[in-house]
Write a protein that binds this ligand. Structure first.
Ligand code: HEC
Length: 277
């Protein structure tokens, strides 16, 4: 009896909110996504980046499937000439939450590339067509080769670039569409291009996209803004392949907590209804 009273008193002292607070905080983190160092201290001298509306933002955000597929085409036909994406495997292209290419198409995409394998029984390395289990083939064998082919600048791996830059998607879109003539009086160094979004405005990557750089298989007009939006959808998925799942679970947890809060409220009321206070 004494123990029961103690429990009651303890229960009375803790409000519902206190009990639920850790869960609410956890859910908020789940919905907002992991906080990265970049979020905390955005580059001070970075030029203003215009915010775009992305289908994957917000609590119910999802990727635009057709756009992610087109974005992969942009990467494959344009960016892959210089940028690796070594943390992706071809099979990822068929997994739920991404481009979701059908299995046969994933196999065909993988088979388009040559992968070095071996050694065979003679001890020699050999090339074979890619398989879905292979990692994305890199355009250069190592960083030095990549640098030497790009005037000394290293094209970064794009696997997680959308998360590695502050406001990744908006920044990448601004970068892709930010090539302009250098303002009068600005001297560009040899091999550099002017880009409004890049820190310092001089970038060693020449404008990668121009009208109709790719021919979309779904008939979409390949304007520079269109290709930029699409490649950002693709890069965002690559950097956060579980985004859709995270948001779905986050929402379910919210519903669960609301129901639980209701139940706890009525249970508490009922429990205390027989005690005078
Ligand atoms: C001809 C080679 C080449 C192609 C094609 C190319 N890039 Fe680049 N990219 C580079 C180089 C070189 C750099 C490094 C630039 C620098 O540090 O000044 C770079 C840098 C970048 C960066 C990093 C910018 C930053 O904030 O540091 C991103 C993002 C990027 N490229 C995206 C793309 C995308 C997306 C495509 C395809 C649409 C693409 N690139 C096509 C050569 C290329």
């Amino acid at each position: 009896m004494i123990r029961k009273e103690k429990t009651m008193r303890a229960l009375n002292g803790t409000s519902l909110l206190t009990v639920l607070r850790p869960a609410v905080v956890a859910t908020a983190i789940l919905l907002a996504g992991p906080i990265t160092a970049q979020d905390a201290g955005a580059a001070g001298d970075a030029p203003a980046i215009e915010a775009q509306s992305w289908s994957f933002s917000g609590v119910f955000g999802t990727f635009d499937r057709a756009s992610v597929q087109r974005g992969f085409q942009v990467y494959k036909d344009v960016c892959a000439a210089c940028h690796s994406m070594k943390y992706l495997s071809y099979r990822n292209l068929g997994e739920p939450g991404g481009p979701e290419f059908p299995e046969a198409q994933v196999k065909a995409i993988a088979a388009e590339v040559e992968v070095q394998d071996g050694p065979n029984e003679d001890g020699d390395m050999f090339d074979r067509p890619g398989r879905p289990s292979d990692q994305f083939v890199s355009p250069f064998p190592n960083d030095n080769a990549a640098r030497s082919a790009n005037g000394g600048a290293l094209p970064p791996d794009l696997s997680v670039i959308a998360k590695a830059r502050p406001n990744g998607p908006d920044y990448l879109y601004a970068l892709m569409t930010g090539y302009k003539d250098a303002p009068a009086g600005m001297e560009l160094a040899e091999g550099m291009s002017y880009n409004a979004a890049f820190v310092g405005h001089q970038i060693a990557m020449a404008a990668p996209l121009s009208e109709e750089s790719v021919e979309y298989s779904d008939g979409t007009t390949a304007s520079v803004p269109q290709m930029s939006k699409d490649v950002v959808q693709f890069l965002m998925w690559a950097a956060e392949p579980k985004l859709e799942e995270r948001k779905r679970i986050g929402f379910q947890v919210m519903i669960y907590l609301i129901i639980l809060a209701g139940l706890l409220y009525f249970t508490t009321k009922k429990l205390w209804s027989r005690i005078d206070h």
